[in-house]
Design a protein around this ligand. Structure first.
Ligand SMILES: *[C@@H]1O[C@H](CO)[C@@H](O)[C@H](O)[C@H]1NC(C)=O
Ligand SMILES: *[C@@H]1O[C@H](CO)[C@@H](O)[C@H](O)[C@H]1NC(C)=O
Ligand SMILES: *[C@@H]1O[C@H](CO)[C@@H](O)[C@H](O)[C@H]1NC(C)=O
Ligand SMILES: *[C@@H]1O[C@H](CO)[C@@H](O)[C@H](O)[C@H]1NC(C)=O
Length: 273
């Protein structure tokens, strides 16, 4: 009885070791870079249990239409083009009676770097905010901002209070303090760099004066004033009309005034002659 138990434990341990040693997914290649197309392949060697199927995933999401019910020990995925949209971490997974077995293949490219807004409008004395984002794999490890002008490009950094740069792998933000029309208007460039190179994008910053920013508001104020004046004058003119006969008596002295003024002027002119 004791012997039987020992044998059983030994068999169990052997079986575990066997499972560990045999179930292996071999991916070829394990990494793809500097390529325009690729065929990703995975083989499952010495499966310890029934293979039920397999599928491919990219960045932890199953790729549509790659799931197959099959006992195949080989699977492959073709990348027709490799760029920042197809780059990522791919994984091949075999589904077996004992669970899932997977291996990853990294497909690396230059990152994609772009500014969501290529033209930014800000107001004098405000804080300017310029943003660039990145996707792809691997994401930039370094971000740099430049100001472009006739003499070339000047790197911007945190050294002065004028600029502040905040970056994560997928986003960089340049803050420009106390915007000045004379010095801050122009083109800015964000540059994201990973191990395969760098990619940049350009943003045009426009800065309006505070007064210019007020124009639309002033326009409305002026419109309202004109409207009120027109209504006021109209009301003033309408009232005598309603009274009726008094209208003429109201207008007459005005005419008289004008007439007297006129004659006064004539007299003065004659006198000067
Ligand atoms: C990619 O290929 C270019 C030449 O085509 C080479 O200069 C560069 O070093 C390669 N990059 C890597 C990471 O191997
Ligand atoms: C994987 O399996 C395929 C077909 O079964 C075979 O042609 C290929 O050589 C195998 N690759 C490796 C790395 O074992
Ligand atoms: C700028 O300073 C912030 C913290 O103040 C830091 O997180 C960031 O990495 C710095 N950026 C550069 C380009 O030095
Ligand atoms: C950028 O990365 C952070 C985590 O680091 C994530 O929460 C965020 O959704 C990402 N943004 C984009 C646009 O991918």
């Amino acid at each position: 009885m004791k012997m039987m138990m020992l044998l059983g434990v030994a068999a169990f341990v052997l079986c575990l070791c066997g499972a560990k040693a045999s179930d292996e997914v071999v991916a070829v290649p394990t990494e793809v870079f500097n390529a325009t197309t690729a065929i990703l392949t995975c083989n499952l060697t010495n499966p310890s249990s029934t293979v039920k199927g397999h599928f491919w995933a990219k960045n932890n999401k199953m790729i549509e239409n790659t799931q197959k019910e099959s006992s195949d020990l080989h699977m492959e995925y073709k990348l027709e083009k490799i760029d920042s949209t197809t780059g990522g971490i791919y994984a091949c997974t075999f589904r077996t009676a004992n669970g899932e077995l997977e291996k990853t293949i990294e497909v690396k490219t230059l990152p994609h770097v772009s500014a969501p807004k290529h033209s930014e409008h800000s107001i004098e004395n405000d804080k300017g905010v310029l943003v660039c984002v990145s996707h792809g794999y691997p994401l930039p490890t370094d971000w740099t901002w430049y100001k472009l002008d006739d003499s070339g490009k000047k790197e911007l950094n945190n050294m002065t209070d004028k600029y502040e740069i905040k970056s994560t792998p997928n986003k960089t933000t340049l803050y420009i303090m106390d915007l000045k029309i004379e010095t801050d208007v122009g083109k800015y460039q964000c540059l994201g760099k990973n191990e395969f190179g760098s990619v940049e994008d350009t943003i045009h910053l426009r800065v309006r004066s505070r007064l210019a920013a007020l124009w639309p508001f002033l326009g409305i104020v002026v419109e309202v004033i004109i409207l009120i004046t027109v209504i006021f004058i109209y009301e003033k003119r309408r009232k005598p009309d309603e009274i009726g006969d008094d209208d003429d008596s109201g207008a007459a002295p005005l005419k008289g005034d004008a007439a007297t003024n006129h004659t006064d002027k004539n007299i003065r002119q004659r006198n000067s002659n």
